[in-house]
Design a protein around this ligand. Structure first.
Ligand SMILES: [Zn+2]
Ligand SMILES: [Zn+2]
Length: 158
């Protein structure tokens, strides 16, 4: 990063000129550093793009359907103990027992969002599993069961 980059007309022909935030010298957006003051242009632009992408990801969310609940594997309940001999089971709070949760799309990709967290997530809140689970940039296909189960609302959202 200490290496200074001089003006190269070949680069300028393809890049865009930006104002250096430090000295306002006009610099190619492809320059690693400002040739006048050494400000790290490339790193700053990358950080700025990252901030803009994160901001867009918070503000451009929409519900596009339903997806199988990953917390209970679409069954609507979770078990404790060994799989073949569970010692306890409880209704899944994330999908309200229905086996499916809202599917939300953002610029980054698709999210499985618990019913209790849907509004907060659509309004841009940062949430973690099990409230919001990132599914990747491809829309999930198909359901484990053809019908969603009935929802059990009115339970505590703990
Ligand atoms: Zn500069
Ligand atoms: Zn569930």
């Amino acid at each position: 990063m200490r290496r200074r980059v001089g003006f190269q007309h070949g680069l300028l022909a393809f890049g865009v000129l930006v104002d250096c935030p430090e000295c306002e010298h006009r610099v190619s957006d492809r320059a690693a550093a400002c040739p006048q003051c050494g400000f790290p242009i490339a790193a700053e632009l990358a950080a700025q793009r990252e901030r803009e992408a994160a901001e867009a990801d918070r503000t451009q969310r929409e519900r596009v359907g339903d997806v199988d609940c990953a917390i209970c594997d679409a069954r609507g309940f979770t078990t404790e103990g060994p799989e073949d001999r569970p010692t306890a089971f409880s209704w899944c709070e994330t999908c309200k027992h229905s086996g499916r949760v809202p599917l939300v799309k953002s610029p980054k990709g698709y999210w499985a969002v618990g019913f209790a967290s849907e509004q907060a997530f659509l309004q841009g809140e940062e949430l973690r599993s099990p409230n919001a689970v990132y599914l990747g940039d491809h829309a999930p296909e198909g359901h484990r069961y053809p019908e969603a189960g009935p929802r059990r609302d009115g339970e505590d959202d703990t």
